[in-house]
Design a protein around this ligand. Structure first.
Ligand SMILES: C[S@@+](CC[C@H](N)C(=O)[O-])C[C@H]1O[C@@H](n2cnc3c(N)ncnc32)[C@H](O)[C@@H]1O
Length: 225
């Protein structure tokens, strides 16, 4: 029996499921050719310019379920790349808005303009159910997230590790009590994330933290100041 997929259970249109399956395959294929040195700070931007490095499907399913369970309607995603995880987040926000009314959106962030353009194409292919729930902020997120943020229900940190703590500090004043922060690869990249993890795990930080046993780790933190 195949494993359950919350998107199928939620009636997500078939053309979006097919697109996601194709994009995840392309991402995994690319990642097979990436070596650890490609992630060095001095070369990462150049090496990853044309790479998806998408959040794995099983993690995306978890984040989708989490966003649905918490009724998240205002989500910040750092970063967006070709927009794969954004699709899941937008679908969850759309479903939450359908369920309880009101408005919602995902704020995506990407500083590579070619990636941003491709992400927009993918969302357009999905249609209004995704495109209508995404606002992409192009440029360095240290600038683009400075202003015009509402109360954030969920923050996805899927970004180069040195950028994670600056992003969190920028968004933290906008996190609503009980907001969820998801950080990818916190086991495999524990060294790179040291400052972020020290900050969130410090007693009195306002964050409660749990490392989920997904491939390379996935940190789920809750902000309860
Ligand atoms: C791991 S990828 C994101 C993958 C995406 N969440 C997905 O699942 O499809 C990280 C992305 O962050 C972008 N990025 C890195 N530093 C950034 C910055 N300072 N501002 C905006 N985007 C940045 C990179 O170009 C890259 O595309």
């Amino acid at each position: 029996m195949s494993s359950p997929n919350p998107l199928i259970d939620d009636g997500v249109p078939r053309h979006i499921l097919s697109l996601l399956s194709r994009l995840h395959s392309q991402s995994l294929q690319q990642e097979a050719g990436i070596v650890r040195a490609d992630y060095d700070a001095a070369v990462i931007d150049g090496n990853m310019k044309d790479k998806f490095i998408a959040l794995e499907a099983e993690k995306c399913h978890f984040v989708y379920q989490l966003a649905r369970a918490t009724g998240a309607k205002y989500i910040v995603e750092a970063g967006t790349s070709y927009g794969v995880s954004t699709i899941y987040l937008a679908l969850a926000v759309a479903a939450n808005c359908r369920a309880t009314g009101g408005e919602g959106k995902v704020i995506g962030t990407e500083h590579e303009s070619e990636k941003a353009a491709k992400a927009r194409e993918h969302w357009q292919e999905c249609g209004d159910i995704v495109q209508g729930f995404v606002e992409l902020r192009e440029g360095d997120l240290r600038e683009t997230l400075k202003d015009n943020l509402g109360a954030v229900d969920l923050l996805l940190l899927d970004i180069w590790t040195p950028m994670a703590l600056p992003t969190l500090k920028l968004v933290q004043p906008k996190l609503r009590p009980g907001a969820v922060i998801i950080t990818d690869n916190t086991i495999a990249s524990a060294v790179g994330y040291k400052e972020l993890l020290d900050y969130m795990r410090h007693p009195g930080s306002g964050f409660t933290n749990l490392t989920l046993p997904y491939h390379k780790g996935l940190e789920m933190s809750i902000y309860s100041p």
